[in-house]
Each structure stands twice: as structure tokens, then as C-alpha cells.
Design a protein around this ligand. Structure first.
Ligand code: TPP
Length: 347
């Protein structure tokens, strides 16, 4: 077997201000996201969960971008595919399975909303609507509030897919943010598909980042299959916002390996060959190879995998043992108990 000299070939992280421990941490979150995502689909196929929305292929984009967020200071509005963002922001594997299994213990919505409607007031994560695009005006509203409160160093990160830049919500939000120079980073995970609608069927510009020009804001394109490139480009946008220079748009080019959701038949709109071509650029494998080229021992990476696999199985068993929401709680927090009903009484 050929012996390769690895030392010194992993030279990309230090110029970005990242330590090797940062890169190991990124890899751990990426692998966590991959393993949880795969397990959710398996549980669904076994009839143990009602629904799943895979994150596979988005790990580098999500973890790289989320590494720029300062927990508890910046605000984040993630979208439904952003499990990797959520993990970096402190959501746990157990919490994810509580959400997936719609348990009463789920901290996002007590098991009443769709999975992955992430919510964490203490970590400044705003729960969003499942309606595509609605997150952008909400995020810009948050950024306006930060500016009015003179929280000058704190900024907002809002995430969406390529399809979410088609509705008017995106354009109204981008325009307003640009006019008022609001501290917001629009992070778009472009996986070339919006369910079965391919990119070119709904977007005329070559890159989503080109849309930034219409609002006189910087637009950056990153290889979203590469965690360091995703971090670097998102960091440019974050620094810009923190400096008071206003919003930016970051496009992270990636691919989703699983069907859109567990209810989707992706064989109807893409070939296995296309998926395989993107699998050859697997973001988790690339991060692993980078660490090996930095002389991190395979044994250390294997220990990370074994610990995660164990954590996942314990989380599933724990979540499955917990109670479902009570039917009488279905409308809790949906209607205000203080609001008078038309006949003057209160609920
Ligand atoms: C306003 C609205 N229209 C349609 C839908 C149905 N829908 C759910 S996800 C989705 C595709 C979104 O694609 P994209 O933004 O590219 O994100 P991806 O799911 O590919 O990560 C659509 C059309 C929705 N949730 N909201």
C-alpha cells in the first residue's frame, strides 16, 4: 500500500481563523445530522414515524453557515431542512426525535407542529411557518428590531431553499432589508430542486446569488458540499452585517440525496445517475478526508461515529417511551385564552 504524507496538506482552515478542533466539531455535527437523517427515514419505512424530511447532502452548507452564528446573541430563522443548523445551535438528538415522533415533550411545539419547526427563545431561534418564503419578512422584522434597539453587534440569519426565493415574500424582505441597511444574512441552500420542480423551471438567473444585485446587496456563491467554503462565504456576509453595512445573500450550492420528504417518489423527476454523481462529492466524506489529511487518526473519527450512533439509539428509545400530546391540548397556544369571544365570554 502506498504511503502518503499527510502532514501539512490540510491548510485551509487556519487562514479562515478556524482551529483543527473547530473542523473536528464541524465534522461531528455533520455526521450527527447525516446519521439522524438516515435513521428518520428508516423509522418511517418501519412505520414508526409518520413523516420525515431528509437533510442528507446539506450538511456542509448548514454546519458551515451555522458556525458563523453566535449562540444566544444572533437570531436565527432556520427552515424545515435545517437539522444541521439546529444541532450547532444547541438542539439535541433527543429533542429531534421528540419532534419527529410528535411527543408532548417536544420543545418546538409540544408535538403539534410538523417536525423541524425549530424553536428556542433562549438561543434566539425563531419558529417559522411551514409556508415557504414567510420566514424572510419575519427575519427582516427581527433585524429591524435589533437596529431600533441599537443591538448593533447582533445580526439575523435566515435560511431557505432555492424555491423559497421565488415567492414575493423573499423580494419584499430583501428590498426592505437593503433600503434600511438591516443586519441580516440571507442563506440560500440551493439543492437545484423544489420538490419535483427543477431550478431552471423557476429561476432564470444562473446563480441565486445574482438576485442580490436587484437589491444592491452583495451576493456570494459557495460550494455547499464543502464545509469550509460554506463557512468562508457566510462569514463574509456576517462580517458585513456586523459592520453595519447591511444585508447580503449567500448561496450554498448543494444537493439533497433523499426524496423531498418520506412521502415523495423522486424517481419521477431525477435519475439515479444524477444522485450518484452528487454522492461522489459527499460533504461528510469530504470533511472526513480533510481531517485525515490533517493527521487526525481514523480511530478518533470512528470513536465520534460510535458515540453518535449510541446517542441516537438511546434518544429513539427514550423519545418512543414518552407520552403523546393530549387531544385536549390541540388548540393550546393557538387561540388566546384572554381574547373575548363574539358573545363577550372568554375561552
Ligand atoms: C407557500 C407555499 N407553497 C408551497 C408549499 C409546498 N412546498 C413545501 S416545500 C416546497 C419546496 C421548497 O423548495 P426549496 O425552497 O427549494 O427547498 P427544499 O425543500 O428543496 O430544501 C414546496 C413547494 C409550501 N410549503 N408553501
Amino acid at each position: 500500500m502506498a504511503v502518503t504524507t499527510r502532514k501539512g496538506s490540510a491548510t485551509r482552515h487556519e487562514p479562515l481563523g478556524l482551529s483543527l478542533d473547530d473542523v473536528k466539531g464541524m465534522y461531528r455535527y455533520m455526521l450527527m445530522t447525516r446519521l439522524v437523517s438516515e435513521r428518520i427515514l428508516q423509522l418511517n419505512r418501519m412505520g414508526r414515524t409518520p413523516f420525515g424530511a431528509g437533510t442528507d447532502g446539506h450538511e456542509a452548507a448548514q454546519v458551515g453557515a451555522a458556525w458563523c452564528i453566535r449562540r444566544g446573541k444572533d437570531w436565527t430563522v432556520p427552515y424545515y431542512r435545517d437539522m444541521g443548523v439546529a444541532f450547532v445551535l444547541g438542539f439535541s438528538v433527543l429533542g429531534e426525535f421528540r419532534s419527529v415522533l410528535a411527543k408532548a415533550t417536544d420543545t418546538n411545539s409540544a408535538g403539534r407542529a410538523m417536525l423541524n419547526m425549530f424553536s428556542s427563545p433562549e438561543n434566539r431561534v425563531l419558529s417559522r411557518s411551514v409556508l415557504v418564503g414567510t420566514e424572510f419578512p419575519h427575519a427582516v422584522g427581527l433585524a429591524l428590531a435589533l437596529k431600533l434597539r441599537k443591538e448593533t453587534d447582533n445580526i439575523v440569519f435566515v435560511f431557505g431553499g432555492d424555491g423559497s426565493t421565488s415567492p414575493g415574500d423573499f423580494h419584499e424582505a430583501a428590498n426592505f432589508a437593503a433600503v434600511h441597511r438591516l443586519p441580516v444574512v440571507f442563506v440560500i441552500e440551493n439543492n437545484l430542486l423544489a420538490i419535483s420542480t427543477r431550478y431552471e423551471k423557476q429561476t432564470a438567473v444562473k446563480d441565486i446569488a445574482d438576485k442580490a444585485a436587484a437589491y444592491a446587496m452583495p451576493g456570494h456563491v459557495a460550494d455547499g458540499m464543502d464545509v469550509l467554503d460554506s463557512y468562508e462565504k457566510t462569514k463574509l456576509a456576517a462580517d458585513h452585517a456586523r459592520a453595519g453595512a447591511g444585508p447580503s445573500l449567500v448561496e450554498l450550492k448543494c444537493y439533497r440525496y433523499q426524496p423531498h420528504t418520506s412521502d415523495d417518489d423522486d424517481s419521477r423527476y431525477r435519475t439515479k445517475q444524477e444522485v450518484d454523481e452528487w454522492r461522489a462529492r459527499d460533504p461528510v466524506k469530504r470533511a472526513r478526508e480533510y481531517l485525515l489529511s490533517a493527521d487526525v487518526a481514523e480511530q478518533e473519527l470512528e470513536e465520534i461515529r460510535v458515540a453518535l450512533a449510541d446517542e441516537i439509539e438511546r434518544a429513539i428509545a427514550q423519545a418512543e417511551s414518552e407520552p403523546d400530546p393530549r387531544p385536549e391540548d390541540a388548540a393550546t397556544h393557538v387561540y388566546s385564552a384572554d381574547h373575548p369571544l363574539p358573545d363577550g365570554t372568554r375561552a
